[in-house]
Design a protein around this ligand. Structure first.
Ligand code: FHN
Length: 612
């Protein structure tokens, strides 16, 4: 089946606004944008990865002229990512540059901002020193389009932030858009008319005259820099990435570089925006960047604020999969931070302070994937069970940890939690905690007699809580697992994986499951199906037991989005029925076509719920 998806404005801009691309071409364009699929060419071994992998949590800041516009140009609101307003509203270069006269962030208080990051429990701040619009929040001899020369404010904002970070003991990193520069005639994706004799090789002029001098300024004028966070390398030739690596290493050997520098360089991998991987990625050191609402920079209409609990859950999920989490705030044009973001960061920060042991310096979960009730981090012999959704039956079950339980306590107050072990299965009984005043995300600390090592990563079906078997966990034969990414409305990226492209009736997708309690399970399916593959029939089985089902087309998103590109297939959730899993231990769940139409459906996940 040929799932389609909405390509983002970024990918389109990178591909010189070619409106009709195949799905494969679009996917490739996003790889270029994020540089994420290219294997890092050097073995990630930078000494600073020690703090990076220990600290887990950083603040990202998107701030610039676009923040003053807040999503509005000439009285019209442009819905999308705030910092892309110049592109979305097609603002002429001269007019955009002239707008700098309105940027006067008199209320900016660097110390307050750094203290907010500290209160949130973040250890590093990375700010957009220069985004794609080319405007510098620092003083630069290489450009006049800077806060010091083009605005009434005139003061170097990065200097203030660097001083405040140094005073408060917070690391500072700079975001620098090395390829896209919409206001530089020779820059990537210039929004004006290129000079007459322009050739793509003239990128060199921009690179030598602006990128090299400005990155040098950032590396030499602001004290110790923890990282330079490059973005959207696009088609920039590898030699430029290499030059930047050399430049950073020369001036600040301790400074980290993210993989979006392009060309396979970088000290660690930045996954696609807002991607919280459900399964542990095998890419060495990595991070997820995310934001407190949907847009990166301030946009007046974007009220989709993440609650303190959501922030904690996302931080835990990333930490549990072995990554680091960088969460963005978008200050307004006057320098103030939206109150909702402040509250969420402060509240989640209180939780983090009380549970710091379960985040900083942890190793991630011994399981490659999370659970429906929450997720796990670990340190030595200790496991930290972060309970997002208190299980209905008051019991958590884990098996095959390769170690024995010694004790279980609530991390926030050290109170004892009942636990027992039968064979290799542990049970943690939460009954004694019911009715108590619990933290937003309660954490149970399990102390074992050895570090947990889960040798068999088959999904554990515990007989108590629902379990979703994801496409990412399947073995596909005669079909394929494929990831899709699209931007939904205000810049928030969605990431879905499917088992799809069923070639024949002999194709199959299988999931290994470790059944802790045999019996009846209620099964449901989340899938996507195009019109021309509707009414195909399928068999889902486990051993001799099976369920037969038919799938309907799942519908598509409207094409009338501000994003160009064809419609994206929607997902559909259906109940399949009740299936008996007769034996405990390793089993296999299998899906095969019974009557295949077209390339069949895309399976996102199958959920098993104990049937009571
Ligand atoms: O185009 C940028 C976008 O504006 C934002 O800065 C994000 C943050 O990761 N990076 C690019 C898109 O991935």
């Amino acid at each position: 089946m040929n799932l389609t998806f909405k390509a983002c404005a970024t990918a389109f801009a990178l591909l010189h606004s070619t409106p009709f691309l195949t799905a494969a071409e679009k996917e490739k364009s996003m790889d270029k944008m994020w540089g994420e699929k290219e294997a890092l060419s050097i073995e990630a071994k930078h000494p600073s990865l020690k703090w990076f992998t220990h600290d887990k949590y950083a603040m990202f800041i998107h701030w610039g002229l676009y923040s003053e516009m807040g999503g509005v140009w000439k009285d019209k609101t442009y819905y999308g990512i705030g910092e892309w307003i110049m592109h979305m509203a097609e603002i002429p270069v001269d007019e955009y540059k002239a707008y700098a006269s309105q940027f006067n962030p008199e209320k900016f208080d660097a110390t307050q901002l750094v203290k907010l990051a500290k209160a949130a429990g973040m250890k590093t701040i990375v700010i957009t020193a220069k985004h794609h619009d080319g405007f510098a929040l620092f003083d630069s001899a290489a450009s006049d389009f800077t806060v010091t020369k083009a605005t009434p404010y005139k003061r170097d904002l990065m200097k203030q932030l660097a001083d405040a970070c140094a005073a408060e003991g917070i690391r500072l990193g700079f975001y620098y858009s090395q390829n896209q520069d919409w206001t530089e005639p020779y820059g990537g994706e210039y929004k004006g008319e290129r000079p007459k004799d322009y050739t793509p090789d003239d990128f060199n002029i921009y690179f030598e005259k602006k990128v090299i001098p400005q990155v040098t300024e950032l590396l030499t004028n602001y004290g110790d820099i923890a990282m330079v966070w490059f973005d959207t390398p696009g088609d920039m030739p590898k030699t430029y990435s290499e030059r930047l690596v050399k430049l950073v290493t020369k001036h600040q050997p301790n400074c980290l570089i993210n993989s979006r520098i392009g060309g396979g360089y970088g000290d660690y991998v930045s996954l696609g925006d807002m991607h919280i991987p459900p399964v542990r990625p095998d890419v060495g050191a990595w991070e997820t960047v995310d934001t407190t609402n949907d847009s990166w920079s301030y946009a007046w209409y974007d009220q989709n604020w993440k609650s303190p609990k959501t922030i904690i859950e996302r931080l835990v999920k990333v930490t549990a999969r072995g990554g680091s989490y960088m969460l963005n705030v978008g200050p307004k044009g006057d320098g103030t931070i939206p109150a909702e973001a402040v509250t969420s960061l402060e509240e989640s920060g209180k939780w983090l302070k009380a549970h710091s042991e379960a985040i900083y310096g942890t190793e991630g979960s011994p399981f490659d994937q999370g659970f429906s009730w929450g997720d796990i981090t670990s340190k030595g012999n200790d496991l930290y069970l972060h309970v997002f959704d208190w299980p209905e039956e008051g019991t958590l079950r884990l098996a095959d940890l390769g170690a024995n339980i010694k004790s279980a306590t609530m991390l926030h107050n050290n109170s004892k939690v009942d636990c027992s072990q039968q064979g290799s299965t542990l049970e943690v009984k939460l009954g004694s905690q019911v009715g108590r005043d619990l933290p937003i995300v309660p954490v149970i600390k399990l102390t074992l007699d050895a570090p947990a090592v889960v040798k068999n990563q088959a999904t554990q079906v515990d007989g108590l809580t629902p379990v979703t078997l994801l496409a990412e966990m399947a073995t596909a034969e005669g079909c394929e697992e494929k990831g899709y990414r699209w931007m939904e409305k205000f810049g928030e990226w969605k990431h879905d994986h499917f088992i799809q492209g069923w070639k024949s009736k002999d194709a199959k997708a299988t999931w290994d499951i470790n059944v802790l309690e045999p019996g009846q399970y209620h099964l449901s399916l989340e899938y996507s199906c195009e019109n021309d593959a509707a009414n195909s029939e399928w068999i889902l089985s486990c051993g001799d037991e099976s369920i037969t089902f038919i799938t309907y087309e799942s519908g598509a998103d409207s094409t009338k989005s501000f994003q160009p590109g064809p419609a994206r297939q929607r997902n559909f959730k259906v109940n399949l029925g009740v299936l008996e899993i007769p034996k405990a231990g390793l089993n296999q769940l299998k899906v095969v076509p019974r009557k295949l139409i077209g390339e069949g459906i895309g399976i996102k996940g199958i959920t098993l719920k104990p049937y009571r």
